[in-house]
Design a protein around this ligand. Structure first.
Ligand code: COS
Length: 383
């Protein structure tokens, strides 16, 4: 259900101000400290940002996808680390429960995720299984009315902070593909669950990933998401459909921020006796960025609307993810070019965004996986 227009406008207005006045001034510090200050986390909890996509009956704001992308356009206007903190509770760390969870699982976890009391994480990727998610090797061996988990998950976003992991593991030990995979809800602190050291990343400092290791980690059968074995891979794919659209929206926000910064620099900085913005070769870069960001915005808005209408947006969400993430890469590259030497120097923050946006083309399904999803669906529809 969509929020009342006035309520949504108010939320977007408050969020816009929060981003401009509180988050943007902290960008450099968050990158330097590799941490988001606790008062910012508290303010994000207060604004309900951890529960944007969680239904109201479980304590969230219950935003429609159309509303959620508007929020992501705003939150995208600053360092992605801020968005990442709330990203898993609204996306991959909660949506499995929202979409496929039992009523009891929803009651147990969604209110705490919505309040930001716990952080959720999505444990799919493994050392030997990334794009080929269906080939994962983590096992869940049945032992009476329990399962025993063994395996390692890799690059798990927010794992160092997480209170709840949605873990994908093979319950059909004979299987090799997606069909033998189930999803489990595993709480942090469960004996046998441990974390590796925090990964040193290229960018997005302040957002953390690490390995999650399961060694004879015993969980009750009631921890199976939705209560049904063998459904885990489908749950993962449904969660990613939604996540990919959200990432597309974040990239639009970031591109718009970079275009604004590039334009104001180009209007201020003078060379050959006039502002950079007067040079047609600079104008071409600004115009290309503007048109591409606008195209991405339109795609995201339209796909969100169609998803809210109940249509299958698997292909379109992949189109949005692919186009928007590649688009923001080009926009960030032009932003560095327009800033010239200043674009390469840390003080201006442009090189930081250039590194930050690189991740978007990789996680929640690489560009190549989106191409594959799009083309496979095209062939299937035509057949
Ligand atoms: N919604 C619902 N069900 C879906 C689905 C979706 N979006 N996509 C696939 N499925 C179902 C299929 O219908 C199929 O079901 P049946 O066995 O009943 O026919 C099952 O899931 C397996 O699908 P498929 O045969 O397409 O699986 P593949 O192993 O070929 O994998 C890709 C498909 C490559 C698309 C998938 O592995 C993928 O998305 N990989 C990238 C993973 C990723 O994004 N990782 C990022 C890290 S997580 S942040």
């Amino acid at each position: 259900m969509a929020l009342d227009k006035d309520v949504l406008d108010q939320l977007l207005d408050t969020l816009g101000r929060f981003v401009r006045e509180k988050l943007v001034p902290l960008e450099h510090k968050v990158a330097e400290d590799d941490a988001i200050p606790p008062e910012v986390i508290a303010a994000m909890r207060e604004m309900g940002l951890f529960g944007l996509s969680i239904p109201e009956e479980y304590g969230g704001l219950g935003l429609s996808m159309s509303d959620e992308v508007q929020v992501a356009f705003q939150l995208g206007q600053t360092s992605p680390a801020f968005r990442s903190l709330i990203g898993t509770n609204n996306g991959i760390g909660s949506q499995g429960i929202v979409i496929d969870g039992t009523e009891e699982q929803k009651q147990t976890y969604l209110p705490r995720l919505a309040a930001g009391e716990i952080v959720g994480a999505f444990a799919l990727t493994e050392p030997e299984s990334g794009s080929d998610a269906g080939s994962l090797r983590t096992t869940a061996r049945r032992d009476g009315d329990h399962f025993i988990l063994n395996g390692t998950k890799r690059y798990i976003t927010n794992a160092p902070q997480a209170g709840l992991f949605t873990v994908f593991a093979r319950t059909d030990l004979e299987s090799r593909d997606a069909r033998g995979v189930s999803a489990f809800l595993v709480e942090a602190g469960t004996p046998g669950l441990s974390l590796g050291p925090i990964d040193k990343k290229m960018g997005q400092k302040g957002a953390h990933t690490c390995d999650v290791i399961f060694e004879d980690c015993r969980v009750p059968a009631s921890a199976i998401l939705g209560g049904k074995e063998g459904q885990g891979f489908k749950t993962a794919m449904k969660v990613l459909d939604r996540g990919r659209l959200h990432i597309g929206a974040v990239c639009v926000g970031l591109a718009e921020r970079l275009i604004r910064d590039s334009l104001s620099y180009a209007m201020e900085r003078k060379q050959f006796g006039q502002p950079l913005a007067e040079f047609q070769l600079i104008q071409a870069m600004l115009a290309d960025s503007r048109a591409e960001a606008y195209a991405a915005r339109c795609m995201v808005v339209e796909t969100a609307r169609r998803r809210d209408d109940g249509q299958n947006v698997n292909t379109d969400a992949a189109c949005c993810k692919m186009f928007s993430t590649e688009m923001v890469g080009r926009v960030a590259d032009r932003a560095v070019q327009i800033h010239g030497g200043a674009g390469y120097i840390a003080d201006y923050g442009i090189e930081r965004f250039y590194r930050d946006v690189r991740l978007f083309r990789i996680y929640e399904g690489t560009t190549q996986i989106q191409q594959l999803v799009i083309a496979r669906n095209m062939i299937r529809e035509a057949a």
